[in-house]
Design a protein around this ligand. Structure first.
Ligand code: NG6
Ligand code: CA
Length: 515
């Protein structure tokens, strides 16, 4: 009897631990505009990032990790849906833009939910809110949003930190909103009587935090000019200098709240750092040698440390996959005079730091600096610490996690996502043979060859353009300095043909064959 009970217990324990091994918690810490060279473990010397360096030392540090695009919205869209943004015309969104993720698209959080996970997003969204038909009611139910596409809980910066509305949205509600001072975005009713904010175009002196250099001069909130206009909602305004710590606090709360639950969780923790306007908490000011931008990076590193501490305190470190990455490459002056400009009209300032590391270009650009980003993955019980040169695209997370969770994808789901779980876990040194990246143009890489097409992303004309573009051999020329297209026209033509196949085909997983 005793023996039987014991063996039953052992069996139950084995089952439990087997499922915990296939169903670890997953936390994605997603930086905003963090470049390949912005972390100590990637070579930065002027920005201390001890927490992320520790994460890397305990896991895999990828040298060839990529977001799918050189800007935020398409990269996030691709990571969460496994579909290239250009297929749905996904671009940087206006403050009141509707949802980019459409009903029926399988998302990463939905995948985890199918496997019994709880899911949450905390931080920057910038994937649109609303259905595009009825304007979003900021004073009522703010939806559809993340809760409608697979997240059980959301605590959001709805657009970006340089765009209105400057309020947090928890699930379907604007947090701390006073109904007596209703919130309006981009349009207000004729009889509006609530809070009016200065307009930076008429009152530039109201932009006291720092001046705008271009574009950010509509509603001025907390002394910072923003993209777009808002009215009302004063009691709900965020404080820019506490935003980083606030998101860290929310992560701590969420993680601690999961402790007594049997089911694992997926947390997409999406920072506003180090996007403009950089306004780090006073605790971090001057903590790097690189003014606001570097200090914001120190803050982001601290936040990552808070998340790791929360996992540790709740006994979750061993069985949690923690991923750190970014949504696009680095940018310096991106609309505010915050002292991080590296180029002036007369000279280039050498600050002893290049956010792109050895790579060319940065945010908005199709060169490596635009989309090759830091990528770290730690899973103490399964992944041995190492540096991996495997090529990884975030768009492949979905199919890779589907494999881990033993879920079969249908052909019409996550059509561009391919399974590279082995590379992600350090068991395959190569990863993706083909990498497609997007900025204004598209690029395709096969091994050491990278071809940048010019002529747009869609339509017949794009495919019919005579061979132009640029060709680089990344093995000899990591910095993309020498365009060798005239030496290797055949190679360029072959890559162009593959890109056309990607563009017009049914997707990278089932509708594509490398040549
Ligand atoms: C640009 C903004 C830039 C930034 C970017 C989006 C101007 C002049 N520039 O339009 O500051 O907000 O959009 O960045 O307005 S992203 O990381 O979210 O893609
Ligand atoms: Ca970004």
């Amino acid at each position: 009897m005793h023996l039987l009970r014991l063996s039953l217990l052992t069996a139950a324990f084995c089952l439990l631990s087997a499922s915990a091994q296939d169903h670890p918690n997953v936390v994605i810490i997603y930086g905003d505009d963090v470049g390949w060279g912005d972390l100590g473990c990637y070579g930065a010397t002027k920005i201390p990032t001890p927490h992320l360096d520790k994460l890397a030392a305990g896991g895999l540090r990828f040298t060839d990790g990529h977001c799918s695009a050189a800007t935020c919205t398409p990269s996030r869209f691709s990571m969460l849906t496994g579909i290239h943004g250009f297929r749905h015309n996904v671009r940087i969104l206006a403050p009141d833009a509707p949802m980019t993720i459409k009903p029926g698209m399988l998302t990463l959080p939905e995948l985890f939910k199918k496997a019994g996970y709880s899911t949450a997003v905390i931080g920057k969204w910038h994937l649109g809110i609303g259905d595009g038909k009825t304007p979003v009611d900021w004073n009522g139910e703010v939806k559809p949003g993340p809760l409608e596409v697979g997240f059980d809980y959301s605590f959001l910066l709805p657009s970006t930190n340089d765009r209105v509305p400057c309020v947090y949205v928890e699930n379907h509600k604007v947090l701390n909103l006073d109904p007596a001072d209703p919130l309006f975005v981009n349009n207000k009713p004729a009889d509006f009587e609530g809070t009016e904010y200065p307009d930076g175009r008429k009152n530039p002196e109201s932009m006291t935090y720092y001046k705008n250099s271009h574009g950010h001069n509509y509603s001025v909130i907390n002394g910072i000019g923003r993209i777009g206009q808002m009215w009302g909602g004063k009691s709900a305004l965020w404080n820019d200098e506490t935003m980083g710590p606030e998101f860290a606090k929310q992560a701590r709360k969420y993680i601690a709240g999961r402790k007594d639950h049997k089911e694992p969780f997926f947390l997409f923790w999406s920072a506003a750092d180090i996007h403009v306007p950089r306004a780090p908490h006073p605790d971090f000011k001057g903590k790097s040698e690189l003014t606001y931008r570097g200090d914001a990076m120190v803050q982001l590193d601290w936040c990552a440390g808070e998340i790791m501490a929360a996992l540790e305190e709740n006994g979750m470190t061993d069985n949690t996959i923690v991923i750190f990455s970014s949504d696009n490459g680095p940018v310096y002056d991106d609309g505010y005079e915050d002292g991080t400009t590296v180029k002036t009209s007369t000279k280039e300032i050498d600050r002893g730091h290049d956010g792109s590391g050895p790579y060319r270009g940065g945010k908005y650009q199709i060169y490596e600096g635009g989309h090759r980003v830091p990528l770290i993955l730690r899973w103490p019980t399964k992944v041995k610490p190492a540096v991996s040169n495997a090529t990884i695209n975030q768009i492949d997370f979905l199919a890779s996690f589907a494999d881990m969770l033993n879920i079969e994808l249908k052909n019409d789901q996550a059509i561009d996502s391919r399974n590279h779980l082995d590379a992600l876990l350090g068991k395959d040194a190569n990863g993706s043979e083909i990498l497609v990246s997007e900025a204004r143009d598209l690029a395709i890489r096969q091994g050491e060859w990278k071809y940048i097409a010019s002529g747009g992303k869609k339509g017949k004309n794009a495919a019919k353009k005579p061979i132009g573009g640029e060709l680089y051999n990344l093995k000899n020329d990591l910095g993309e300095q020498k365009n060798v297209i005239s030496e290797h026209p055949e190679r360029a033509r072959q890559l162009q043909a593959m890109l056309d196949q990607v563009r017009t085909g049914k997707g990278m997983r089932t509708g594509f064959k490398a040549e």
